[in-house]
Design a binder for this molecule. Structure first.
Ligand SMILES: Nc1ncnc2c1ncn2[C@@H]1O[C@H](COP(=O)(O)OP(=O)(O)OP(=O)(O)O)[C@@H](O)[C@H]1O
Length: 322
């Protein structure tokens, strides 16, 4: 990868929360590069560290959280920015959409006011120019009757429409990077696919680099160019989406792919990976997935496997491929 291609460069990132009696390392030595105009999905079960990794790029952690490593966004190290510089970066260069737009939006202002304020916070433009831009954005994300909808408050919109409005707001200052934290998880299946297609379309049009957090391998397959699979704070496999789906290497990735609902004896049964993710405060020695792994050997309990190149273009961290 030539350096100019790299939009996001996360090197050896570790994030430790110091809230309870034992420090919790939620992210542990993560390396992740995202190219310009690329969508990378961070995939894994709940608690694997996907959101914490992504939120680190805007340093959205409580006070006292220890962040180690470096995170460059278009060549600027986010860890070294002042609070002011970080506020400037947010929205103008890096934007975010969340699973629950209702929680991210202000219930007492109309959507139009909120988008206009976002624009005017970063750019010196008149109210009229900001209003025209808000209208164009609502048209872009295909909200019907956009002029009328700009006058709505968040509670007056359906979940799908509100997510479109949130995406419009995220794009208001033409950012280069979009961070998407499970933006379709709360939506029903048809709306989910519409939003995924919209993100894909806007990503192409704006040349956005996207980190897309999801626990759903089907969603990752739909939206991503590349997938990084996380388990217990580490990336355990990464590669182009086609390779991850058709030829997964890590037993954990295979387990995620095999997860499904099966109908037996007239009842739906959820087939998932047996066991549960480990308690981050008490990780086993060696590979954290070993207690749930069907291929476990003695070696797995000794050292944490490093990410190594597969025979194709991906990487995997598993004793089976060491
Ligand atoms: N502010 C915090 N203080 C303490 N622990 C935290 C904090 N934020 C996250 N964690 C812990 O860090 C771990 C990783 O959380 P993270 O939100 O990144 O998981 P995730 O993979 O995104 O899953 P989910 O989809 O459930 O959010 C979890 O064990 C979580 O409890």
């Amino acid at each position: 990868m030539v350096q100019s291609d790299v939009a996001i460069d996360i090197r050896d990132l570790s994030v430790t929360f110091n809230r309870g009696p034992i420090p919790v390392k939620a992210v542990n030595g993560v390396n992740l590069q995202v190219k310009a105009s690329e969508i990378v999905a961070l995939l894994g079960e709940s608690g694997s560290g996907k959101s914490v990794t992504m939120r680190s790029l805007l340093r959205m952690h409580p006070k006292g959280t220890r962040i180690e490593g470096s995170m460059d966004v278009y060549g600027r190290d986010v860890t070294a920015l002042s609070a002011r510089e970080l506020a400037d970066l947010r929205g103008a260069v890096v934007s975010m959409v969340f699973q629950e737009p209702r929680l991210a939006l202000d219930p007492v202002y109309t959507l139009g006011t909120q988008i206009e304020e976002t624009i005017r916070r970063h750019e010196k433009v008149s109210r009229a120019v900001a209003a025209a831009r808000a209208l164009a954005l609502f048209e872009k994300v295909r909200i019907p009757s956009p002029q009328r909808r700009l006058q709505n408050y968040p509670h007056e919109m359906s979940g799908g429409m509100l997510q479109r409005a949130m995406i419009a707001m995220a794009l208001a200052c033409t950012p280069k990077v979009l961070l998407a934290d499970e933006p379709t998880t709360a939506l029903d299946a048809t709306v989910q696919i519409q939003i995924l297609l919209l993100i894909r379309e806007l990503q192409k049009e704006y040349g956005l680099s996207v980190i897309f957090v999801t626990h759903d391998i089907g969603v990752a397959a739909e939206v991503a160019d590349r997938v990084a699979v996380m388990y217990a704070g580490r990336i355990v496999e990464e590669g182009p989406v086609g390779e991850i789906i058709s030829d997964p290497k890590h037993p954990y990735t295979k387990g995620l792919l095999d997860a499904r609902v099966e109908r037996a004896n007239g009842r739906d049964q959820l087939i998932t990976i047996p066991g549960a993710p480990p308690d981050l405060a008490h990780l086993p020695t060696g590979c954290a997935f070993a207690p749930r792994c069907a291929h476990v050997t003695e070696a797995c309990g000794i050292t944490v496997p490093s990410l190594v190149s597969t025979q194709r273009s991906g990487k995997v961290a598993c004793a089976l491929y060491a």
